[in-house]
Design a protein. Structure first.
Length: 153
């Protein structure tokens, strides 16, 4: 069960992390679009790229739901906390890969383009590492009564 929670949580976290990035940075704050670093004036190309990006996020969320549905029904103590942890780690992995590949290596966009863009990009990567560390800790933690707390017969 712990492994299925891990893979389901990572898939859900990657998809949800992408949705959060797309909804907040692309749509609400209008800081960037998927291809705004390459095609800043091409609204159509950016809208199509954003749509394909969100479609990929939806596929990851559906994969995560499918993995959860296929998991054994027994719920050991802390399954929800572990799943939440792995979702946070998945979100972090999304941010780390996207931040390195799209922002730094390919330059297709930056978190917030402009004079302070490196600071925003680095902050995005720091957030990624924090999410991975916290999520992995939460996902691997043992929940429920510790062995020393179980009464002996």
């Amino acid at each position: 069960m712990r492994r299925s929670s891990m893979w389901a949580g990572l898939a859900l976290g990657i998809g949800m992390g992408g949705f959060i990035d797309g909804i907040v940075a692309h749509q609400l704050l209008e800081w960037h679009h998927m291809l705004s670093g390459r095609y800043p004036q091409d609204t159509r190309a950016n809208m199509v790229a954003d749509g394909l990006f969100h479609l990929g996020c939806l596929v990851m969320v559906l994969v995560g739901i499918g993995l959860l549905a296929a998991a054994r029904p027994a719920e050991p103590p802390g399954r929800g906390r572990r799943l939440t942890g792995w979702m946070l780690a998945g979100w972090g992995w999304f941010n780390l890969v996207e931040g390195i590949v799209d922002h730094q290596l390919l330059g297709v966009h930056h978190v917030r383009p402009g004079p302070d863009q490196l600071g925003y990009d680095l902050g995005f990567l720091v957030l990624a590492v924090v999410l991975i560390a916290a999520g992995t800790w939460l996902g691997r933690a043992r929940w429920g009564p510790a062995a020393r707390d179980v009464p002996r017969a």
